[in-house]
Design a protein around this ligand. Structure first.
Ligand code: ATP
Length: 239
């Protein structure tokens, strides 16, 4: 889907650093309603940092963050979450010692009932219903990712930020998860996905950006020229 009107999420010339060492050197990214944007790049490029800035978890050292056209630069993570930004961090963000059901019930702070939350989660991911009494830590990696997504969706996000959804998962599982992500986007959610390995997300991405050493040297439609760009940046032959 192409973006019309005000984008849901916008990073404008965003810079970020850890202990004074620059990691992002002017990143421009836009995510519209119903759009899936893939942020791709090699290890250490700054992809996770870009997501952290977008979620208010890490403060930018320069540039601006806009949400629905409103300048929210410097807003705290909790405030951005209440405004509809949902970050699903790498490593899945579920409580391993709690059951699937308890992980879901924790989300009643959103104002939804336990039943409503469970029904929505099991409708989207039926396997979670079969595993409801099981400790989340004993689920497969794909099921844990489903649980993390189901938890995130209870906040009714406008913007979903996904970090390495495919990490450690079999290709078929990843394809299934990305079909769900595409469905979530079809309902109007803007999705920004970070991935080191591009294949699965590019099947559903409307827009792709390559991040290398804290800059975006290429962004556009995920067509065949992207593959040339990606191999150059992954293999280090690009400037
Ligand atoms: P990966 O796929 O390895 O997570 P990435 O593209 O997501 O890579 P980031 O995690 O954003 O990259 O890291 C970018 C750079 O910032 C790396 O050099 C990393 O070592 C550094 N970095 C990340 N987090 C911190 C931190 N909390 N403190 C200091 N340096 C950090």
């Amino acid at each position: 889907m192409s973006v019309t009107g005000t984008p849901l999420l916008e990073l404008r010339d965003v810079r970020a650093a850890y202990d004074g060492i620059g990691v992002l050197h002017g990143v421009d990214l836009t995510v519209g309603a119903g759009q899936v944007v893939a942020l791709l790049g090699p290890n250490g490029a700054g992809k996770t940092t870009a997501l952290k800035v977008a979620a208010g978890v890490h403060p930018p050292s320069g540039g601006r963050l806009l949400l629905g056209g409103r300048d929210v630069t410097g807003a705290r993570a909790g405030d951005l979450a209440r405004s509809g930004v949902c970050l699903i961090p790498e490593g899945r963000g579920v409580f391993p010692n709690l059951s699937v059901r308890d992980n879901l019930w924790m989300m009643t702070f959103t104002g939804r009932s336990r039943e409503e939350i469970e029904d929505a989660a099991y409708a989207r991911f039926p396997v979670l219903g079969f595993r409801r009494a099981q400790a989340a830590g004993t689920l497969s990696g794909g099921e844990q990712q489903m649980l993390a997504l189901a938890r995130g969706l209870t906040t009714d996000p406008a913007v979903l930020l996904l970090d390495e959804l495919s990490m450690g998962l079999a290709p078929l599982i990843v394809t299934g998860l990305y079909e769900q992500v595409a469905d979530i986007a079809r309902q109007g959610v803007g999705v920004l996905v970070v991935e080191q390995f591009a294949a699965a997300v590019l099947k559903i991405a409307d827009h792709a950006a390559v991040l290398a050493r804290g800059r975006i040297p290429w962004q556009g439609h995920p067509d065949s020229s992207l593959h040339t760009e990606l191999s150059a940046y992954y293999l280090g032959s690009a400037p």
